[in-house]
Design a protein around this ligand. Structure first.
Ligand code: HEC
Length: 116
């Protein structure tokens, strides 16, 4: 009985840990729509570049899933919280996927006009 309970605990906590490391699968197109309808864009800009009302840049170089989800659920400071009741893990994962799909801008030496 004891061993059985112990392995159950290991399974439960081991499972929870790995579920947090990898983002749940998300759909970037749905994520973009949610990013707009939820209002993230108002503070973080429509492409996550920042420059909105007051949010920092989110993309490119998006936070890993753990930090991203923690900040959105329990923000560090002025950002309003989006708990699972108002934004499910699946929806948040799609927003994360949308932000990860935003390409990096070109560097100065990749822009022809700047080389002339
Ligand atoms: C009312 C403005 C506002 C809205 C709306 C908002 N944020 Fe934020 N966000 C902030 C501010 C301000 C910060 C800086 C940290 C803080 O105040 O908690 C931040 C920080 C973040 C960070 C951490 C960025 C980093 O590099 O540290 C993430 C991730 C984030 N927001 C995601 C989102 C998502 C996803 C949404 C929509 C579901 C959203 N935010 C909506 C204002 C906002």
């Amino acid at each position: 009985m004891r061993t059985w309970l112990l392995s159950l605990a290991v399974l439960a906590f081991g499972g929870a840990a790995s579920a947090q490391d990898a983002p749940p699968p998300g759909d970037p197109a749905r994520g973009k729509a949610l990013y707009m309808s939820t209002g993230c864009w108002q503070c973080h800009g429509t492409t996550g570049a920042g420059g909105g009302w007051q949010g920092p840049k989110l993309a490119p170089d998006v936070l890993a899933w753990d930090g991203f989800a923690a900040q959105t659920r329990y923000p560090a400071s002025k950002m309003p919280p989006y708990r699972a009741k108002v934004l499910s893990d699946a929806d948040l994962a799609s927003i994360h996927a949308y932000l990860r799909s935003i390409p990096k801008g070109r560097t100065a030496d990749q822009i022809g006009l700047l080389k002339q």
